[in-house]
Design a protein. Sequence first.
Length: 299
Amino acid sequence: MIRIKDKILALFLLLDIASTTLGAAENKSMEELSKELANPLAQIWNLSFQYNHTTLKGNKIEGSPTIDSTLFQPVLPVPLEGGYTAFARPVVTYIKGPTARFGGSYNISGIGLDDSSDFGDLILPVGVGKVNKVGWSYGVGATFIFPTSNNDLLGSHQYQAGPTALLLWANEKWTIGTHIQHWWGIKDDGKSNDNPVIKAAHDKNLNHTDIQYFIVRNLPNAWQLRASPHITYDWSAKKDNRLTLPLAFGVGKMIKIGPMPVMLMAEYQKTLISPDDIGNDSTIMLQANFIIKNPFGDL
């Protein structure tokens, strides 16, 4: 088993290697990098770390339990001819809080009585997009969820797949768009049905959608006003437990740590509509994107 100390050392090694490959990023101003990074199809390589502190609510919840999740997402697009970009955006999630099962990226569909901490399932959208600094950018592809969690109550226990699409518009001041993902369960993970929790997960008809909308207003000195929450919809749930609809407001600032440009973001999200049984009430999101050089090209 990999110790926490080893994981931390590996992370610092990764960042140290990244800091030696800044090249193209050093030739751009903080304002330019800030604007480009707001486009999820941009050809900037970056290592994203996101922390979410979420308060839960619902008819099946007593008090105000919270879930802490940490997401790691390496974004390493490869430029293609004609202004197109191939992208793969894997998301590794570590979850701490009341025992929960995630039906999608962020949609909580079940909760137990005990606290638990472990990695969640791996999410992987891949595809091809057309990217422009100004005007319209778009992308299409496929998205997958792999049942990689070792925790019986934190994983979906099903392989999932479906379409993904990105659409956005940008000018010098604004970036506005959406990233849509949809998954269907296609196969269980092969674990024994002797465990009733696993059997219930295998029997579930997974059919759910995640829509991340993002609105970014660029300000002087590499500051941003921004919002980037996730709307989720569970098509297989009962009517009053399908939709999660949040609003958000946040800020971002591009800085340098040594030679490395880093985008720092903070955002507050308040859920207006959530599942009656178990849902999100509010989330505090903190994120850091470490910019590294794309060795295959530059936008």
